[in-house]
Design a protein around this ligand. Structure first.
Ligand code: GDP
Length: 197
């Protein structure tokens, strides 16, 4: 997939601040530090478009990236960082639930999990929410370059079992270092955003 134009467009907290118009949107969810920023940079073939966090948990707002004026990639704030207050957690939850529930042009939610670890309790809850909401979602296992190639298959299987995935559900191994999985993820995205073709 060749991207001609890719740019950060705006940051939002509330619906009034989301982009106007009705371009298709693809949202990204996952725990803090799972590799969402790196995923965005790799998908868009840009080095530093999304800031790879020096300090996990810094990006607590919703960031919109415009792709070829046909699609927004929407980076939702990561969950799972330890040092936040109850009030902050509640605000985070409201912010992302409001977006995920109400955004009409949202076509697909991509959830990242780290291939090295068993999905956390929060990953499991998020995954159940996505299934419950009935919106299309796609699972991506990040950082595959960090484990031996021979172990990738078994790790994917463990994630599948933990998240109670069906055999037909896609779980794409991905690496921001090698670019593994990039084309496959774009293929999945294009199924939901045919205007990208
Ligand atoms: P975010 O908090 O989800 O946006 O995660 P980042 O993209 O900032 O990544 C967190 C850390 O993991 C950074 O140190 C990245 O360099 C590293 N990282 C992210 N993706 C990969 C990957 O595919 N392979 C490797 N080896 N490191 C990665």
């Amino acid at each position: 997939m060749e991207i001609k134009y890719a740019a950060y467009e705006l940051t939002a907290v509330k619906p009034e601040q989301y982009p106007k118009g009705n371009l298709a949107e693809i949202a990204l969810v996952g725990r803090s530090n799972v590799g969402k920023s790196s995923f965005i940079n790799t998908m868009l073939n840009r080095k530093n478009l999304a800031r790879v966090a020096a300090q996990p948990g810094k990006t607590r707002l919703i960031n919109f990236y415009n792709i070829d004026h046909k699609l927004y990639l929407v980076d939702l704030p990561g969950y799972g960082y330890a040092r936040v207050s109850k009030a902050e957690k509640a605000a985070w939850r409201e912010m992302i639930e409001t977006y995920l529930f109400s955004r009409e042009q949202l076509r697909l939610i991509i959830m990242l999990v780290d291939i090295r670890h068993e999905p956390s309790r929060e990953d499991q809850v998020m995954n159940e929410c996505l299934l419950g909401w009935g919106r299309p979602s796609l699972l991506v296992a990040s950082k595959t370059d960090k484990i031996a190639r021979a172990r990738v298959g078994e790790r994917l299987e463990e994630i599948r079992v933990c998240l109670k995935m069906k055999g037909t559900d896609a779980l794409i191994p991905f690496s921001a270092v090698t670019g593994q999985g990039r084309e496959e993820v774009w293929r999945e995205i294009r199924k939901y955003v045919p205007e990208l073709k």
